[in-house]
Design a protein around this ligand. Structure first.
Ligand code: 4AD
Ligand code: MG
Length: 435
């Protein structure tokens, strides 16, 4: 028996087929049963009749319980009344793996579904999300490879902070200690002197003490770093990447977006239009004039402010030139920026539409060792720990820039998810490290 996927069987449309998968739903009487069988490609209704199978085989149909795995042989045909448009009249079947009473039924709490995540992955919504996730990560690799970037993999165990000491995860390291990566950045900056244009997507760890719908403790960041590039050009690369990701999902995942009940018209502007850039100072002005929100110059944009700003755009918006004071130590001052009342950095964030918050953070990198030391000391860091980083500035330093995309935030936005936890198969947050 040669098996095809359910989708391939549907594409064939009539005649004999053999498929295998899991029981999605099951109903019927003591003469006829309707089994919805699902595999990774689709779901199909299979009709099992006592008259066709005979008394002995019919007895086995009691094993068609939810999530049992089965192989089914029969005749497929188009049927308007069937939930997915096709039906199989079963002539033979085999139960491959019996199923206990499946613990997930309708209307269960989000917490219960998180506890049973290993089983909940089989749901149509999680499956749809994971397929879109695969498109997104594939698109990121394609985007950079098509542009001549090399994949460069950083260490995950790192001795230093780069994005603030308060969110570091400490790890026992033999008789010493080290930390889980907050970003690949400091290592990517070393790599550009050999490879010039690099990218990577890797697990990233932050001990976020916030229980928001946007923060994970373990997430995936897709980062790039390029020599000879200023922050402006860098932000254009970020725009092109986001555009490409959305275009790929719209091209490949219409069925999954439908399962997720996503309003696709919210994504098309990003696929089709130019993405806007404004400065932080302009953003404050817009917030005041159009949203009646007063933000003191020099303060970081909080969630409420990012969300308000996002209501003014139907695509992601790039915000440049945040106050130097509140930025990470490696973001250099921009002396040429004149619309700001104080020192600003050559940096940018990208804010997603519809309240999905900051999806990208990037900047030019300071090449001045004294400035770097000053900023690190102001953060209370021991500069001795950063000698390897300063070394990168000692031998043929060049202007360079980079950014990081929060992969789950992008997926949450594209899928229209309420919580970032549903953008990753097994979420890790302040309150959850299992299953
Ligand atoms: O803005 P961040 O902190 O930037 C960096 O780490 C830079 N070193 C990147 C670079 O220039 N190479 O983080 C980048 C992005 C954020 O914009 C956000 O989308 C995501 O990573 N992010 C998180 N996503 C989920 N959970 C968290 N706790 C996140 N923290 C940051
Ligand atoms: Mg940031």
């Amino acid at each position: 028996m040669t098996f095809t996927s359910i989708q391939e069987a549907m594409n064939k449309g009539d005649g004999e087929v053999s498929i295998r998968g899991w029981v999605h739903r099951e109903r019927g009487s003591n003469k006829i049963k309707f089994i919805s069988l699902r595999d990774s490609t689709n779901v199909i209704q299979c009709v099992v009749e006592k008259e066709v199978l005979g008394e002995e085989k019919w007895a086995e149909t009691s094993l068609f319980k939810m999530e049992a795995s089965a192989a089914i042989h029969g005749n497929i045909r188009k049927d308007e009344r069937a939930p997915t448009g096709y039906e199989i009249n079963v002539t033979d079947f085999a139960i491959i793996g019996k199923s206990d009473t499946f613990p997930i039924t309708r209307d269960q709490s989000p917490e219960f579904l998180l506890d049973k995540r290993h089983l909940w992955l089989r749901s149509r919504k999680m499956t749809a999300m994971m397929k879109i996730r695969s498109t997104v990560t594939g698109a990121i690799h394609d985007f950079f490879r098509q542009r001549g970037y090399f994949e460069f993999t950083p260490p995950i165990l790192q001795p230093n902070q780069c994005e603030g000491g308060s969110t570091l995860f400490e790890v026992k390291y033999y008789k010493d200690k080290t930390y889980l990566s907050q970003t690949w950045q400091l290592y990517a900056e070393a790599a550009i002197f050999a490879l010039e244009k690099v990218y990577d997507m890797s697990p990233t760890f932050r001990a976020e003490k916030s229980k928001t719908s946007r923060h994970l403790s373990e997430f995936w960041m897709a980062e790039m770093e390029a020599a000879w590039m200023d922050y402006k050009e860098c932000s254009e690369v970020a725009k092109a990447e986001l555009k490409f990701i959305v275009q790929q999902v719209l091209e490949k995942n219409q069925a999954e977006l439908k399962v997720l009940e996503r309003d696709v018209s919210k994504l098309t502007p990003t696929a089709e239009n130019k993405l806007p850039t404004i400065t932080y100072t302009e953003a404050l002005k817009m917030l005041k004039e159009k949203c009646d929100l007063d933000v003191e110059w020099g303060k970081d944009l909080r969630t409420v402010e990012e969300d308000k700003l996002a209501t003014l755009f139907d695509t992601p918006v790039v915000v440049t030139h945040y106050p130097k004071e509140i930025m990470a130590f490696y973001k250099p001052t921009d002396d040429t920026q004149t619309d700001a009342p104080g020192p600003v950095a050559k940096c940018f964030d990208v804010i997603a539409p519809e309240g999905y918050g900051e999806i990208v953070g990037g900047s030019e990198r300071d090449t001045d060792i004294d400035e770097l030391k000053k900023a690190l000391e102001a953060d209370g860091e021991d500069v001795a720990n950063y000698q390897f980083y300063f070394d990168t500035r000692l031998y043929g330093s060049v202007p360079h820039s980079g950014y990081g995309v929060g992969v789950e935030r992008v997926i949450a936005w594209i899928c229209g998810l309420e919580n970032i936890k549903d953008a990753i198969p097994f979420p890790r947050t302040m309150l959850r490290k299992e299953p």
